[in-house]
Design a protein around this ligand. Structure first.
Ligand SMILES: Nc1ncnc2c1ncn2[C@@H]1O[C@H](COP(=O)(O)OP(=O)(O)O)[C@@H](O)[C@H]1O
Ligand SMILES: [Mg+2]
Length: 191
């Protein structure tokens, strides 16, 4: 199964989500790879720093482009991290995917960018992942309702705003902060 993590906006948690989902899949015993389609190579840097720090990520991170993205994969789970902006690579990642995850913070400004991203993924199972969420706030419920009233699928599992997630760049995650339940939900909705 190929999971594309996509949002035309930067800084919304794409790379973080891609790394955590791939780590969870590995921990569940699935053969896993991460394709880094972002020319900035944030996921690749994450993996390199983790390797230097003696706790390497439990999966391969490989650079990918429009052509390699569409190749068949022998892994159980392939997670694709994508750049912001670059419409052609984003579209290629969506086209290659079985399911599309669109992370966004629950703020009006961030949500604006969700619409063009979802449009590009209209032909695939796709859902919005609310992340960097301040749990228990009204904003979360309001955002969810606003999206759902427009017919958008929103993952039941949301990811809280956590210092520990922010600090985990370049390390191998050992706590999964809701990403394990999210992975199960992704598999479930893709059936
Ligand atoms: N759930 C979270 N809680 C706190 N900080 C987060 C969370 N998810 C991501 N971040 C932080 O937000 C910033 C942007 O995340 P990143 O995954 O690089 O986004 P993108 O790949 O979309 O540009 C990073 O500093 C990252 O550590
Ligand atoms: Mg990124």
């Amino acid at each position: 199964m190929k999971i594309a993590v996509v949002n035309t906006k930067g800084g919304v948690g794409k790379t973080t989500t891609a790394i955590y989902l791939a780590t969870v899949a590995s921990a569940q015993g699935k053969s896993t790879e991460l394709l880094d389609a972002d020319p900035q190579g944030s996921a690749t840097s994450w993996a390199e720093i983790a390797t230097e720090g003696s706790a390497p990520l439990p999966f391969q991170v490989s650079p990918a482009n429009k052509i390699t993205l569409s190749r068949a994969s022998s892994s159980d789970i392939t997670v694709i991290d994508t750049p912001p902006g670059a419409a052609d690579i984003i579209q290629a990642a969506i086209d290659a995917a079985d399911v599309v995850v669109v992370p966004t913070a629950p703020s009006g400004l961030d949500l604006q960018r969700v619409w063009p991203t979802l449009e590009a993924a209209a032909h695939k199972p796709a859902g919005v992942l609310l992340t960097s969420v301040e749990l228990g706030t009204k904003l979360l419920e309001l955002t969810k309702e606003a999206l759902e009233s427009e017919g958008v699928f929103v993952f039941e599992n949301v990811i809280g705003k956590r210092q520990a997630i922010r600090q985990s760049f370049g390390t191998c995650p050992t706590s999964f902060f809701g990403y394990r339940d999210l992975m199960d939900e992704i598999v479930e909705v893709t059936k």
